[in-house]
Design a protein around this ligand. Structure first.
Ligand code: SF4
Length: 364
């Protein structure tokens, strides 16, 4: 299991008595620690460097469960985000957090356990609704499990509810604790995938492609349902041939009958991100393509390039198996139709499509 380097721990006032804080501190006896005030301004100085070797332990007073904000003018999937922390110890050059967060460090919320009651009440009060919930939007769901024990806490809590699916999305191969858990129902373990070149050049500190797929195979053998996310697709000469390597490994190791969904999305970014990334990753060539501003102000590849990428990849995936629950992330109706040959037309229909797949999963 990969462990990440930490050089100091900042314990925000109010977090010191949280169970998860005590557990993490016990597991890191040799790391220097200091008590700090919440949101002290001094910590903002290294925002550009992200300061991922500082662990900040926080008693979070905000909302833990929130709808994914989606993006204006595009079809979104109705996902709910379980906010367990912000930032992760890996380094993807394209990571949107570099322009999204306004405070550095690895920020983990240690009162999660106390707040599960509130989340449970929200879920239980709408028994006819399906909650598709993920922890992997603002951090990686599994790479810190050795420190946080998130799977120990979350699997029993979500697995016993009949109207929700918890998706743990990762770029790691840290499945040791997960596999030991006895909970499976309603749990999806999902990997973000890319071409071997993008993983090697643009996703520092993550597990390599084969390790991710072998970890997925282990999870599948252990009875977990899987999800995969080809996101962000990055266009470069040879990307299609390189994608073949990724799909080939899936074909070789994964049983497609137990995949609940698979999303495809292309690289998109808010204008500010570009300059931060260029400073932090001077060698990157992720901005070399032809980008245009979209309806939401984010830059995306010129539409014909997106359509070409989605069409080629989806055709290849469907050749492998034609019921993978393929969907596009934050795309328009016409891009859906041109790329996949159908469109949900709006966010409500895409939500229903994915909810139905989740229902099928829970019925098994
Ligand atoms: S794994 Fe996700 S959260 Fe971590 S750096 Fe990469 S994109 Fe950002």
């Amino acid at each position: 299991m990969k462990k990440f380097k930490l050089r100091r721990i900042l314990i925000e006032r109010g977090a010191e008595d949280d169970t998860l804080a005590k557990k993490m501190l016990k597991g890191l006896p040799d790391i220097p620690r200091e008590a700090v005030e919440p949101d002290d301004l001094a910590q903002r100085e290294d925002i550009e460097g992200m300061d991922k070797e500082t662990l900040r332990i926080i008693h979070f007073n905000g909302e833990f469960l929130k709808p994914c904000p989606g993006t204006r003018g595009y079809i979104c999937c109705g996902y709910q985000i379980l906010n367990i922390g912000i930032n992760c110890p890996m380094e993807c050059s394209y990571c949107f957090l570099q322009s999204y967060i306004n405070q550095p460090s690895l920020r983990l919320f240690t009162n999660l356990e106390d707040r599960l009651n509130v989340i449970g009440k929200i879920i239980d009060s709408s028994p006819d609704r399906i909650f598709r919930i993920g922890t992997g939007e603002f951090t990686d769901s599994l790479c810190l499990d050795y420190l946080t024990g998130w799977t120990d806490l979350l699997l029993p809590f979500f697995s016993r509810r009949r109207n929700c699916v918890l998706e743990l999305k990762t770029k790691s191969a840290s499945i040791e604790f997960l596999i030991k858990s006895s909970y499976r129902k309603g749990i999806v373990i999902a990997w973000s995938l890319n071409t071997p070149r993008i993983i090697a050049n643009e996703e520092q500190g993550t597990a390599d492609l084969k390790s991710r797929i072998l970890a997925a195979r282990e999870c599948q053998k252990a009875g977990f349902v899987l999800g995969f996310h080809f996101d962000p697709l990055i266009h470069y000469p040879g990307w299609a041939e390189d994608s073949e390597e990724t799909v080939g490994l899936l074909e070789r190791y994964i049983d497609p009958g137990y995949i609940v969904w698979m999303s495809v999305g292309s690289f998109r970014y808010v204008p500010d991100l570009k300059w931060t990334v260029k400073r932090r990753f001077p060698g990157t060539d992720i901005f070399d393509g032809e980008f245009v501003p979209g309806l939401d102000g984010k830059f995306r590849y010129f539409k014909p390039i997106r359509v070409e990428m989605y069409t080629k990849l989806s055709e290849r995936l469907r050749k492998w198996y034609d019921d993978l629950g393929l969907y596009l992330c934050m795309e328009s109706d016409d891009v859906w139709t041109q790329s996949l040959g159908w469109s949900p037309r709006n966010s409500t229909n895409l939500t229903n499509y994915l909810d139905n797949r989740a229902r099928k999963l829970m019925a098994n």
